[in-house]
Write a protein that binds this ligand. Structure first.
Ligand SMILES: Cc1cc2nc3c(=O)[nH]c(=O)nc-3n(C[C@H](O)[C@H](O)[C@H](O)COP(=O)(O)OP(=O)(O)OC[C@H]3O[C@@H](n4cnc5c(N)ncnc54)[C@H](O)[C@@H]3O)c2cc1C
Length: 364
């Protein structure tokens, strides 16, 4: 069999999951080449900053929902059978306040907030919480069992799975996508296929320059406080249309993430201290267990403040193939706030497209 030489640009959750799934197929020699690798923290690298949990937002009947549906099984399997991946089960509660209807956060969460979402038969233990059990100010709520991923463990775990399958990792910065075909990138000196997983920076990579990819700025506070094993999400806040309130505890001592914000087209990398105070106040109000019922943000034990940029693409995640110059490219970028919860679905589609490219070549 002729060796299939592939370069994956990007070592975020999209690039690593795609490389992992592709490396299970026979005949591939894969290089993952990226500016940032797991262990780095940088504003151009979204994956380390994510919570990350599985709270589907893809609207029923869309490709986004299909990708999320396809991702639940693999994540559940990791939580159940692979403790070394840093993924654990958590029960979650999703609260809706009627007054948030139409806000940026409520629009983003529209499927998640539905009492009858497509994923009710996918995740375990979905139920609509009876009215008499709702807290003050909450008009409706649902609960189900989900997962939370410790990204500091999970991203290196993906690297280790790729390494086991013979994938090569390299630090590279590309100004143009065709620079991946230079002889010093792939050990064979030749590249058949490039897989573009550059996230937000697909907006700047020469040959792609997809200006429909923009940041949705997410500010978080990581604390040592415990939620008592639950995750929370609410439809909006009283503070600003593009602020959010969610809480999740990462697996294996990864800390508790207090979020957040969803600030479109905002590239600011530094935490806003006023927003941080609002995030912490809202979190304690939503989950008093965090501080053992004590009021006041001084009862939170802060690990760090952080900001990440979700790579949002108008029209949704781009997973498609394209001929650029003399080389086939499969794109997998622009997952916005759903990069983990759609990772296996998107990566599988990208792998199928890669296989199509090589099948066509075999027929020539
Ligand atoms: C605060 C926050 C909370 C989130 N919570 C969740 C959540 O709970 N659940 C969920 O599913 N998702 C969540 N997300 C979204 C998720 O983090 C992203 O969708 C996902 O990380 C995007 O991954 P990616 O691999 O596409 O991009 P990235 O992680 O940004 O990786 C891009 C890669 O491409 C490389 N690269 C880019 N350009 C070049 C170049 N020119 N040359 C070489 N290398 C290049 C970078 O170095 C990097 O390795 C959250 C995001 C944020 C910010």
């Amino acid at each position: 069999m002729t060796q299939k030489n592939v370069v994956v640009i990007g070592a975020g959750v999209a690039g690593l999951t795609t490389a992992f799934l592709l490396s299970k197929r026979p005949g591939y020699k894969i290089v993952v080449a990226a500016k940032h690798m797991p262990g780095d923290y940088d504003i151009e690298y979204a994956s380390p900053w994510a919570g990350a949990n599985y709270m589907p937002v893809g609207v029923r009947g869309t490709q986004a929902a299909e990708w999320e549906k396809a991702t639940w099984g693999p994540l559940e399997n990791l939580a159940r059978n692979h403790p070394d991946a840093g993924v654990h089960f958590q029960d979650c509660e999703i609260r809706t306040r009627s007054k948030d209807l139409g806000s940026a956060t409520a629009n983003w969460f529209s499927e998640l907030l539905s009492p009858n979402p497509w994923f009710k038969d996918v995740v375990p233990n979905f139920r609509v919480i009876p009215r008499e059990e709702l807290g003050p100010g909450v008009d409706s709520a649902t609960s189900f069992t989900s997962v939370c991923i410790n990204t500091a463990i999970y991203l290196p775990w993906l690297v280790s799975q790729c390494l086991k399958n013979g994938v090569i990792f390299k630090r590279k910065v590309f100004q143009h996508i065709l620079e991946t075909t230079k002889p010093n990138v792939h050990p064979s000196g030749y590249v058949d296929l490039v897989i573009n997983c550059t996230g937000l920076m697909a907006s700047q990579l020469g040959g792609v320059e997809d200006k429909s990819v923009v940041p949705a700025r997410g500010q978080i506070v990581v604390v040592r406080n415990d939620t008592g094993g639950k995750m929370f999400d609410v439809s909006g806040t009283d503070d600003a249309d593009d602020e959010a309130c969610y809480i999740m505890m990462r697996a294996a001592g990864g800390g508790t993430i207090l979020g957040g914000s969803y600030q479109m087209r905002n590239w600011e990398s530094q935490p806003d201290p006023n927003l941080a105070v609002r995030i912490m106040k809202r979190a304690i109000e939503m989950c008093p267990e965090l501080t053992g019922g004590r009021k006041g943000i001084e009862n939170l034990d802060i690990v760090r403040h952080a900001v990440g940029l979700r790579p949002v693409r108008e029209g949704g995640t781009r997973v498609e193939k394209e001929r650029i110059g003399n080389v086939w490219v499969v794109h997998n970028y622009g997952a916005g706030g759903a990069g983990y919860q759609s990772s296996y679905g998107c990566a599988q589609t990208a792998v199928n497209l890669a296989e199509e490219v090589f099948q066509k070549r075999a027929q020539l």
